[in-house]
Design a protein around this ligand. Sequence first.
Ligand SMILES: [Zn+2]
Length: 588
Amino acid sequence: MVALAASTAVLLFNGTIRTNTRSLDAVAPALCFDSVVKATGTLEVVAAACPGARRVDLAGATAVPGLTDSHAHIMLEAARRRKADLSQCSNAAACASVLKRWGDAHPLQRWVQGFGFDQTAWAGGQWPTRHDLDVIRRPARADHISGHAVWVNSAALRAANVTRATKSPPGGTIVRDALGRPTGILTDDAMDLIDAVVPPPRASAVDASFQAVLEACAAAGLTGVHDLAALPGDVDYYLSRADQLTLRLNVYRDAASHEYIPPVGSGESRLVRVRGAKFFLDGAMGSWTAAMLQPYSDRPTTGTLIYNTSELLAGVKKWKVAGYQVAAHAIGDAANRQILDVYEQAGAKAADRFRVEHVQILSKQDLPRFAKLGVIPSMQTTHCASDLGYAAARLGARANLSYAWRALLDSGVDVLPLGSDFPTAGTIPPLLGLHAGITRERPDGTPAGGWHPEERLTPLETLRGYTADAAFAAFREKELGALERGYAADITLLAADPVTCDPARLPDLAVLGTVVGGDVVFAAPRGPLAGLARPRRAVSGRLSERALIAAAAWERRLVVDTAEDKKWARPWEEAMHAPARHRRGKAM
Ligand SMILES: [Zn+2]
């Protein structure tokens, strides 16, 4: 790959350049950039403004302002890549062979680790045992999809010194055979016995997984991510790896993980902003833990609010006073009401741009409050596509005000940042989010015509959610989210115009290039930018202990969040005892 000299401007021509996603007409055939956009317009105009620029023929491709995912979890995605994915295995032997291969590919890892096994989906539904994993010599552990159980081999039991004599701790079970020997399955608090002896990941493994995430984001066309709920060590990590970054990070600190509030902006670097704080208010709809005003339609529970309102108000005020932009995870209608009340009581103004993440289920009376208070709903279009199989059963008539993008816009909301929530409830490619926003269908086109199609977004609105609205939600609408003169040269180059092409093409639409601050961070092999990609920068510098502790914490959280993601469709206690009759999942 050839490095692009820093001073070289690039002139894109013979394409469709969407310079501003607030207008259908803001389209130009040519654009010139170095680290910022220098000119847009006709080839003549742009060439005159950028003499000597390197010309790149787009051959009809479309450049849009760099796509930004307004809600994702970078370090959790990295952690996921440090373990083998067992969610597709259909029996114990398949899991063992996936783990064995993973172990062979990672000879330096002292433990072989996987996540996501689900014996209720296997023929017979029996729990596996340690013997199934004893083909692996090293200690091996596999986390159950629910996060409530771990399956280990004999070497792991030895490493943890769990024997016939070990008592189950309160709140957990060491599952035993008829002779009282541990079978290799440990549940809930008994999992701590294993966790205590699993070593934290090596710095090299963290770096490799982080690099893989960056590459996947660049290849998918992402120029930025809002990283929701960062641990203190994550911010250390981003700072120590600032040179490697190939996307912009807008970081929200996880409020609950911070004993004290760091000065706003601490830990920032060229591509990283750290000015947000995030609270978790409730759980998820799939596991009946999202907090509802009225019981679920298929279970007599209203879920759980994590905070009482006065302690949440105190927390929000503290971060607000410290200068942070507050965001809060709220899925159920009760959680949404609580956070709107709290923002109101905290005196939040539209200028504070406080956010609510997910906003999945709203009551009629709360819906207009977003526009009234100037609170930003940050939503994930693919959630609708992945939840539609059971949303009606859980919600009944309330499904009418779930994922209510159109109703929110109609109520006067004019900023609707969109994202994926990868990896907990989505995957990286933003084109899937565009597709879901426009169609309310799954990527395979079902249900045809879309689920509650009255809530669909237009293609331009959806693109705006990934560009201008994402920038606004990060206080950066004057420098990011458009391709007008003076804006940062953050560009996603696509094989077709996502505003005018058939939406059914979007899931498979080719990403031809990704540019961040003028650096070509991804170029499709035979695409217009081929040969211009910046070389990968070598990793240097040690990692702080806090960064490694954070990486280890994400590995432990992985299973829990993945379980939420999979919308664990039956309560854990039932799953413990009876195999599933029906498979949950995408095809449901
Ligand atoms: Zn999330």
